[in-house]
Ligand binder design. Structure first.
Ligand SMILES: [Zn+2]
Ligand SMILES: [Zn+2]
Length: 362
């Protein structure tokens, strides 16, 4: 399947299309390219359109796709889950056409949903790494029924609507002729069994929306916008399915002194006229506290000096670090004491005698 194509282009919609617009565009395109359409049918293209719709019609998948593209979806869901259409069962596609019944695959274990959390850290916390406690809303197994949805002690019985199959079939008239739709049994949600008495705590759902607290270890060197993933820290799965993953998006606050440029840390340092002319050693702030910096005599405003190895540790390889860069600004004095004025006047005279530029201080 060609996956390089842009999903929005495939459906011929804009990136901010509404759910309705997506649905409408999909129906139009799918009718045009369905393999049964003798004039314009194109099976390959039809599959691509379905892939695009599968992703864009699911707000969570669409969100991931918008931000991280198809590769992001693959890492979030795995190949099979992100691109989940077996073409053995076209009824699923037709159900999307007519939007009447939501079709699920036969009820089996369901993976829990992924959780997403935006975590703000201070500049130095991101540089040095930190552990943060976060609280997220998450669907977890009900404590009373432990996920079964049944009142403790009550039994399960075979669903009479589907005779325990978990799915119901029906033939439907469609644009393309008769189509057999296999849909999840609405009585038992595909379980094939229903509980005699629902758990009163979760009203039979088996899960509850609760707050859970997770310690998140932010590795040193993490940058603004970084996306960290913790497998299995998402919502609980259903029917024995695995839990989802937790995604933490890092937002790094600005620092009043330091700015980051890749692995380097940049500061601006003002020095006096005399320091610039004479040179010397000054103290500058660094992420490890104050450090000495040698200023060469005659340094110009705009010069960038470097302290090697005092930059940002490389993510996953903290032994490797960038440098600290110091942008020098030479400050011209704007208020002179009488004594300073005399010295500058003397200096001007000397420089004039040397044939230098006239300062015009007379
Ligand atoms: Zn319960
Ligand atoms: Zn049933």
């Amino acid at each position: 399947m060609a996956q390089a194509k842009d999903l929005y282009e495939l459906l011929d919609i804009s990136r901010d299309a509404t759910e309705d617009e997506i649905k409408k565009a999909f129906r139009q395109q799918a009718r045009k390219f369905h393999p049964d359409n003798k004039e314009t049918g194109n099976e390959e293209h039809f599959k691509e359109i379905n892939q695009a719709y599968e992703i864009l019609s699911d707000p969570q998948k669409r969100n991931i796709y918008d931000q991280y593209g198809l590769s992001g979806l693959k890492s979030a869901y795995g190949n099979a889950e992100a691109f989940n259409f077996g073409f053995g069962d076209l009824s699923e596609i037709f159900s999307q056409f007519f939007g009447e019944t939501k079709v699920h695959r036969a009820a089996g274990p369901e993976r829990g949903m992924d959780l997403r959390y935006e975590l703000e850290t201070d500049f130095l916390e991101a540089i040095n790494g930190c552990t943060k406690e976060i609280t997220v809303q998450s669907h977890e197994d009900c404590k009373v029924c432990k996920g079964s949805g049944a009142r403790p002690g009550s039994k399960l019985k075979i669903c009479r609507s589907c005779n325990g199959l978990g799915e119901v079939r029906r033939v439907q008239e469609s644009f393309f002729g008769h189509v057999t739709q296999i849909t999840t049994c609405p009585s038992c949600q595909g379980n094939g069994k229903i509980v005699e008495q629902e758990c009163t705590e979760c009203k039979g759902k088996g899960q509850e929306l609760t707050k859970k607290t997770i310690d998140v270890k932010v590795p040193c060197g993490v940058d603004d916008g970084a996306r960290l993933r913790w497998g299995g820290k998402g919502e609980a799965g259903r029917k024995g399915g695995p839990p989802g993953d937790l995604y933490v998006i890092i937002q790094v606050k600005e620092h009043e002194i330091f700015t980051r440029d890749g692995q380097n840390i940049i500061i601006e340092q003002k020095i006096s006229f005399a320091q610039a002319a004479l040179g010397g050693t000054i103290k500058v702030p660094s992420i490890e506290g104050e450090k000495p910096l040698h200023i060469p005599g005659g340094v110009q405003s705009g010069t960038v000096l470097k302290i090697p190895g005092l930059g940002v540790p490389k993510l996953n390889n903290p032994a490797r670090r960038g440098d600290q860069l110091i942008q020098i600004t030479v400050e011209t004095p704007n208020k002179l004491s009488g004594e300073e004025r005399k010295i500058f006047e003397q200096l001007a005279k000397i420089q004039e005698e040397k044939g230098g530029k006239k300062f015009g201080i007379f």
